[in-house]
Design a protein around this ligand. Structure first.
Ligand SMILES: Cc1cc2nc3c(=O)[nH]c(=O)nc-3n(C[C@H](O)[C@H](O)[C@H](O)COP(=O)(O)OP(=O)(O)OC[C@H]3O[C@@H](n4cnc5c(N)ncnc54)[C@H](O)[C@@H]3O)c2cc1C
Length: 376
């Protein structure tokens, strides 16, 4: 478990620095560069990275606490950190020694990054891609387009999935390589998780050194999915943060608001909404911490990460919807944060592993013959 001093310092940072900016980041749809760098300087964005690379070397309970706390203030900041985490994870798990030495310390210094799998014709299914990579002497040459890439408006580094003659493979691509264009597409803006437009990348014979192939050629799908198994647990923590923010803001409102000569919270019917939501949030958080422990012990991470994200995303949407309901007209106002919570929560039922894909992953786990899966 993350220690109390750690959670306390995070809460202080979120209250002072993030909460005042949450609505503004969402309204302007901008990547919160300054906040992301501040968190990096304090060691938060590399909290689980081994100390030899300048990271905190902490267990994953510290990471889920980070993602929940930050996302109480701004889920957009949460996803900004998540894409940093995805890029560092795939390199940490699969990258060559030279790639790790070159890039992992830079994450600890605040490098911003994106994780680019999706193409216009390939969303959930990344087993075959239109982006191609071919070997030319001592370089890889990449050509194609990636769409809908979170954090790409600010990213300084990309992990890009491309198909080589032996199959889908993962590549490390710095933003400043020649012939890489990042541009805003027609569909880059979303109504939720607005940390800047989810831009498109155009690669026109982008050249990177041979060691920028991450892991094994042709094993990119497995590596990318394993990385998603890690990040899904953190995405679940972001959803808990959204649920908590919606709960707290609604609770504060109904505790003050008077109707029929008593506070709105005084009505038993309203208390029941909160009782359900609290039970949901507490149960879901336990599930997230369980999934975090599974990451530390490498124990069925596909199952536990998917279960955690599946449930937490639904809990966040339910809680955000409840928050609007109990706040009445106030809940629907543009200058209240409830619309943001609802939009962020719903968007996370799709991004980073949709509800259906998560159920498929759990289904595959069951098909592996996990007969006693429900036995603790
Ligand atoms: C806010 C946001 C941020 C994103 N950020 C990134 C990013 O940083 N990097 C990146 O690479 N991509 C990113 N994406 C893209 C995201 O990964 C895809 O949107 C997602 O994979 C779904 O693909 P799709 O939208 O093409 O839906 P489709 O694949 O067209 O699916 C449509 C619907 O069918 C369901 N479906 C698809 N396949 C199956 C199946 N086998 N069984 C049952 N149901 C199925 C889906 O769950 C969905 O409900 C982001 C998306 C969003 C919304």
């Amino acid at each position: 478990m993350a220690d109390k001093a750690y959670t306390h310092s995070l809460r202080e940072f979120v209250e002072q620095r993030v909460m005042p900016q949450g609505d503004d980041i969402d309204a302007r749809d901008v990547y919160p560069v300054e906040l992301a760098r501040e968190l990096a300087v304090q060691g938060f964005s590399s909290i689980t990275l081994p100390t030899e690379y300048g990271g905190g070397g902490h267990e994953f309970s510290y990471a889920v606490a980070l993602f929940e706390e930050v996302s109480v203030g701004s889920a957009a900041l949460g996803v900004s950190l998540l894409t940093i985490f995805q890029a560092q994870t795939i390199i940490r798990l699969f990258g060559s020694e030279s790639l790790q030495q070159r890039y992992l310390p830079r994450f600890a210094q605040g490098m911003l990054s994106s994780y680019a799998l999706t193409e216009s014709a390939h969303g959930s299914d990344i087993r075959s891609l239109d982006t191609k990579a071919t070997r030319d002497g001592d370089e890889w040459v990449l050509r194609g387009e990636k769409h809908f890439i979170t954090s790409s408006s600010a990213a300084e580094f990309f992990v890009i999935l491309a198909e080589t003659p032996v199959g889908v493979s993962a590549f490390a691509v710095p933003r400043d390589v020649p012939h890489l264009t990042v541009y805003e597409g027609r569909n880059s803006a979303t109504f939720g998780l607005r940390n800047g437009p989810h831009m498109n990348l155009r690669l026109e014979d982008v050249r990177v050194p041979l060691d920028h192939l991450i892991g094994t050629e042709g094993k990119g799908v497995r590596q990318a999915v394993t990385t998603l198994d890690y990040s899904r647990t953190l995405a679940a923590a972001i959803s808990i943060g959204i649920a908590r923010a919606a709960f707290d803001a609604a609770y504060a409102h109904v505790a003050r608001r008077v109707a029929f000569d008593q506070t709105v919270l005084g009505f038993q019917g309203i208390q029941w909404y909160f009782a359900e939501a609290l039970a949901d949030i507490d149960a879901s958080r336990l599930q997230v911490f369980h999934a975090a422990r599974a990451l530390d012990t490498h124990d069925d991470i596909d199952r536990y990460g998917s279960e955690a994200k599946l449930r937490a995303a639904q809990v966040a949407t339910r809680t955000a919807s409840m928050a609007v309901q109990v706040c009445g007209a106030h809940g629907t106002m543009v200058n209240s944060p409830f619309g943001r919570y609802l939009r962020d929560a719903k968007t996370y039922e799709i991004a980073g592993g949709s509800t259906e894909i998560l159920k498929n992953t759990i289904g595959k786990y069951l098909m592996r013959g996990a007969k006693a899966a429900a036995t603790p």
